[in-house]
Design a protein around this ligand. Structure first.
Ligand code: ZN
Length: 425
């Protein structure tokens, strides 16, 4: 699928280092292996019906920052992102708002694309809608069935059987074990499964946690003709099939919001590992959820702050980036309007500092741009510590910098914050 125009990334005279990253699966900071100077990233994409709220932007910005760090370290980066453009919530929203699910998805994808462009995010190399890859996904389910990791569950109202993933068989006969990604007790898994698209109460399943791989066609629902007959794919297998097809197995980082740890990333990893015989990714990375008005931002509650509304209201993209980058990506935090005011003040201070019109401190030597860049890179390499980067830049611009043009380039390259030019529209 078409993406958006990439941002300019100024090249800096020296290179940085590849970051160590927190791995949810191990609970530790790790240096993922980077073979032949190449890093591969899969980030779960949106279900196109509530694009793009601040929580989404915080997640995609975290992986934009990771890519900037990798590129600064001289690595070649390959990045894939899906769009879940067929799923129950999309169909429900389309029915509730009396539009076709296709046009709802198309409009929301266009809005997402526009938001990502305006925020200056690096576009994926592979931006893949699920509806573009139904055959690929069905073949992956077929493979799991042939390997003995999928089983049918009869339905009353469909032409064929639904197919489910056999958690126990995969845990016993593949390199994946339930709990490899999500450090949760079974009780919590059952609860989260029910909350996040699973169906633990479905009759006929071998284990209540077993996730749907394939939903046989129902009257009035969209379906596709495939090797499995008429139907549509389950949620987790979409990402397993797309990620492995476009990036290969054992890719570097699988990323997404904290709410994807279970069941989505657990079972995406389970499917991919059972299918290929090797673990899906080296690092399972997760971004903190953003609250608003005292609750997690969520479509069901309706407490969403939309990027497009902020930008249409005259907020600069650089200010939105700074408001988000002020929080470490793993932090759970609450959005307040003051976050934006603080970011706007910071942007003005940095611009004044970089143009030499900031406060002058008598008798103080200006900061060395080279040394400040080194500080920025160290913070970036330490699990993308953007709050420390922002603090280092506050201090440097306040003090004055010996080569401001060099530091302006570094701020643009590493943080995507433009200080010198007119903003992108
Ligand atoms: Zn996914």
């Amino acid at each position: 699928m078409r993406t958006w125009t990439p941002p300019d990334l100024p090249t800096l005279p020296t290179t940085g280092q590849a970051p160590r990253l927190f791995n949810t699966a191990s609970g530790r900071l790790e240096h993922p292996p980077l073979n032949e100077g190449r890093a591969t990233l899969y980030v779960c994409g949106i279900t196109p019906y509530d694009a793009t709220h601040i929580g989404h932007a915080f997640t995609y910005l975290a992986y934009d920052t990771l890519q900037r760090a990798w590129r600064d370290a001289g690595l070649e980066v390959e990045y894939a992102q899906n769009i879940t453009d067929i799923d129950d919530p999309l169909l429900e929203r389309a029915a509730a708002t009396n539009v076709s699910w296709e046009s709802l998805a198309e409009n929301q994808i266009a809005l997402f694309r526009s938001d990502m462009f305006r925020l200056g995010l690096i576009p994926p190399d592979h931006f893949v809608a699920v509806t573009e890859q139904i055959d690929l996904i069905a073949q992956s389910v077929q493979k799991l069935r042939q390997l003995g990791f999928a089983y049918p569950v009869a339905t009353d109202d469909a032409a064929g059987d639904d197919l489910y993933f056999d958690t126990q068989a995969a845990s016993e006969q593949s390199q994946w074990r339930l709990g490899d990604v999500a450090p949760y007790e079974r009780e919590l898994m059952l609860l989260l499964s029910a909350e996040r698209g699973g169906d633990p109460d479905r009759v006929g399943k071998r284990d209540p946690l077993d996730p749907l791989l394939w939903r046989a066609a129902r009257a009035g629902e969209p379906s596709w003709g495939t090797v499995l007959g008429l139907g549509r794919p389950g949620w987790h297998i979409e990402c397993s099939a797309i990620a492995v097809h476009f990036l290969g197995n054992a890719f570097t980082v699988q990323g997404g919001g904290n709410d994807l740890i279970f069941p989505h990333h657990e079972f995406s990893a389970g499917h991919a590992t059972a299918m290929t015989g090797t673990p899906m990714a080296h690092i399972y990375s997760h971004v903190g959820l953003v609250s608003y008005q005292g609750h997690k931002m969520s479509k069901s509650r309706g407490n969403l702050v939309f990027v497009s509304k902020l930008l249409d209201g005259g907020t600069e993209p650089a200010a939105v980036r700074l408001a988000l980058l002020a929080h470490h990506y793993r932090e759970e935090w609450e959005w307040f309007e003051e976050d934006l005011i603080t970011a706007e003040r910071r942007l003005i201070a940095w611009r004044m500092g970089s143009s030499g019109s900031g406060t002058r401190h008598e008798g103080q030597e200006p900061a060395s741009a080279t040394q400040v860049i080194e500080q920025l890179r160290q913070a970036l390499a330490n699990d993308l510590d953007t709050p420390v980067m922002l603090a280092a830049l506050d201090a440097a611009w306040d003090r004055g910098v010996d080569r401001p043009e060099l530091l302006v380039d570094a701020v643009e390259s590493l943080l995507g914050v433009t200080l010198k030019r007119a903003e992108r529209l």
